[in-house]
Write a protein that binds this ligand. Structure first.
Ligand code: FAD
Length: 383
């Protein structure tokens, strides 16, 4: 078994970055990566501002699987799904029927878009964008079309709304929330973003959900919970992602909102680790790039024989809405404290504090210049 390779499932930013960091420390141990996609290496955040950057989807990959295989001195199985894992025998099964032994296993299997129940004859035409192939499909569908309905006024929905509206698409955003990005922004900050995107031409249908979607001659008609209808040529769902835990659960790994791991990124079973969007690290599910980079560096050291705990400093997220530059460092879920919100000359500053202790912030417009100073005042997430 000791001759078996280290296997990483997933070639997203988490899988590829842990492989890269590992190779900086160990260029000999056999390394295998498995992915159900084609193994292109690309930066997923680019998907929601590629129009503004005038990037065709085929310009986004920084390397294909062959290049990554060479650069990482690894074997990469592409278009192969792992269907089961036997943690005791340290073997996994591919959808081709092939079995692979591992010495250590890293789960970097990401997250899946939420599905939501709706009536109508066109529900299967609603697109989601969670990888480059989805995005290629989305861009194909946009060709010669003028209007897009975005279901979900969250971070990703707003980024796409900005990118599409700035490129002359008529954008209609629908969702039950009172204001955009309600999970990260206090209402006045969400409303400031809503105003800025409205000035770009975005139409909003907030406080409503979609109950039915049907085909009409000119595209699609979405019926909202209050009976109102909205028409669009293309529909994009951005209602959120849920950690991909099915494979792990079936293998007996402990799962909660994500695959449960400790600060060494280790699951409840020896030699099996998880990081990225699929992982719940010491209770935190943080589906962003900075946490997975921190995790990749720590896990690479552990895999190379130097057990290392991950630490998470405060990691503000830049929301890619050029209509109103926005940076957010949300307080921990359930943190006690209150928001104090102040309009600045050309933006907004919202600080979440408990007494004198700053626990989170939102900076918009000209206030984003305060990011370095305020980030220093935030407590680390995991010291
Ligand atoms: C449009 C968009 C914009 C974003 N913008 C930002 C941003 O600006 N800043 C930021 O910090 N974050 C952003 N994010 C989030 C960030 O991109 C993700 O946190 C990150 O890319 C997740 O990487 P991952 O490797 O964990 O997962 P994924 O990229 O989802 O990779 C999962 C991998 O697992 C493979 N896989 C899954 N199951 C199996 C299986 N059974 N067998 C084989 N392979 C399997 C998949 O094929 C894939 O290779 C954005 C996300 C989206 C969708």
């Amino acid at each position: 078994m000791s001759d078996a390779p280290i296997i990483i499932i997933g070639t997203g930013l988490a899988g590829y970055n842990v492989a890269r960091e590992f190779r900086k420390r160990d260029d000999k141990t056999a390394l295998v990566l498995i992915t159900q996609d084609n193994g292109e290496f690309y930066s997923k955040p680019m998907l929601s501002n590629a129009l503004a950057k005038q990037k065709h989807p085929d310009e986004l990959p920084m390397g294909d699987a062959a290049k990554m295989q060479h650069d990482l001195n690894a074997k990469i199985h592409t278009n192969n799904k792992v269907t089961s894992i036997d943690p005791q025998k340290q073997v996994l099964l591919l959808d081709t029927g092939e079995q692979l032994n591992f010495s250590k296993l890293v789960m970097a299997v990401g997250a899946n878009p939420f599905q939501f129940p709706m009536e109508g004859d066109a529900t299967s035409d609603v697109l989601t964008v969670n990888d480059l192939d989805d995005y290629r499909q989305f861009r194909d569908k946009l060709k010669n079309q003028t209007s897009v309905a975005i279901i979900g006024p969250g971070l990703i929905g707003c980024e796409f709304a900005n990118d599409l509206a700035a490129n002359d698409y008529q954008v209609k955003v629908i969702g039950p929330d009172e204001a955009p990005i309600s999970t990260l922004l206090p209402t006045p900050a969400g409303q400031a973003l809503q105003t800025a995107l409205s000035e770009l031409g975005v139409n909003w249908h907030l406080g409503k959900t979609v109950s039915a979607i049907n085909k009409i001659d000119s595209g699609y008609e979405l019926t909202l919970s209050d009976g109102q209808t909205v028409q669009a040529d293309v529909m994009l769902s951005a209602i959120g992602l849920r950690a991909n835990i099915e494979l792990a659960k079936a293998a007996g790994l402990q799962c909660n909102r994500g695959i449960v791991v400790d600060r060494y990124l280790k699951t409840n079973i020896d030699n099996i680790y998880a990081l990225g969007d699929c992982a719940e690290v010491s209770g935190f599910v943080l589906p962003f790039v900075m946490p997975l980079m921190q995790s990749a560096r720590a896990l690479a050291a552990t895999l190379a024989g130097e057990p290392t705990q991950v630490s998470y400093p405060a990691m503000p997220v830049i929301i890619k809405t050029p209509a109103l530059a926005t940076i957010v460092s949300p307080p921990e879920r359930g943190a006690e404290g209150e928001w104090i919100i102040e309009k600045t000359e050309q933006g907004l500053k919202a600080l979440f504090s408990q007494g004198d202790t700053l626990l989170g912030f939102v900076l918009m417009g000209d206030a984003v210049s305060e990011k370095p100073a305020l980030t220093k005042r935030l407590p680390a997430i995991l010291i």
